[in-house]
Design a protein. Structure first.
Length: 255
């Protein structure tokens, strides 16, 4: 069941989203070689708590970290570890939820550490672009499939792929709500968008094959070909004439 949010509820999700925005701003200068993925997660948690939020991932369905920190060929759900040390040339994705005043926002960013090959830079750039291509389809009356199709068309144009098993989703009252938002699909299909929907749209893109494996911890998603991955996500609200990004200071994502 899709939960339609009132303007008050959208604003409460936005308040949680602004905490996420602050986390990402600080991570831009914080992440560097020599840090562990635990250090990164601890920094995120400290910022969240300092802004009267709670890290939604912590304990969610048994997840052991405050946030997900996924490096290189780990697509999603990387468990923070003191033993996993960031080095020059790594690609680090940080995916987190913040709960504040009982409402949840969810977003992810991918950070390039030092120097990487041009094709990897392109992967990170195109993953972000794919989100914004999908975002163009967010308005009342359009379909979920319009978002999915726009995302897929963009990353496939560059020769990238995405596993079909992992999707975006509704968010707000709970961490994962209906509807689910695949990163591939057919325009004009799926439910219609309505004002008051709050959606976490999240391209998760691979440099190589979309084939993956789940590690023994039951969480970590690794690519079988060990090639690089990227992840970009924001929580957005469907407004009467389009959308509002709830996890960025600028509601339309402009620099």
């Amino acid at each position: 069941m899709v939960i339609i949010k009132s303007p008050r509820e959208v604003e409460l999700i936005h308040q949680a989203g602004l905490v996420i925005n602050e986390v990402f701003k600080q991570l831009e200068t914080f992440i560097k070689p020599g840090l562990s993925t635990y250090d990164i997660a601890k920094r995120c948690e400290d910022i969240i708590l300092a802004h009267d939020g709670y890290p939604t991932c912590k304990g969610y369905e048994g997840f052991p970290g405050a946030v997900c920190v996924s490096v290189n060929d780990t697509l999603i759900h990387g468990i923070p570890s003191r033993k996993e040390i960031i080095k020059n040339g790594d690609v680090v994705s940080v995916d987190l939820g913040v709960t504040k005043h009982g409402y949840i926002a969810d977003a992810a960013r991918t950070y390039i550490v030092g120097h990487v090959e041009p094709r990897v830079e392109e992967l990170v750039r195109v993953t972000k672009e794919a989100f914004f291509e999908g975002l163009k389809q967010v308005k009342p009356g359009n379909h979920i499939g319009d978002i999915s199709h726009a995302i897929e068309e963009h990353y496939k144009k560059y020769g990238f792929s995405s596993p079909e098993d992992f999707t975006g989703h509704g968010v707000g009252v709970s961490f994962h709500e209906d509807p689910y938002i695949p990163n591939q699909g057919e325009a004009g299909t799926g439910i219609r968008l309505r004002e008051g929907m709050t959606l976490a749209i999240e391209p998760m893109i691979c440099l190589g094959s979309p084939e993956y494996k789940v590690l023994g911890d039951g969480w970590t998603i690794k690519m079988r070909d060990k090639k690089m991955t990227a992840h970009y996500e924001n929580t957005v609200a469907v407004t009467k004439d389009g959308y509002k990004i709830l996890t960025m200071e600028d509601e339309h994502g402009e620099d």
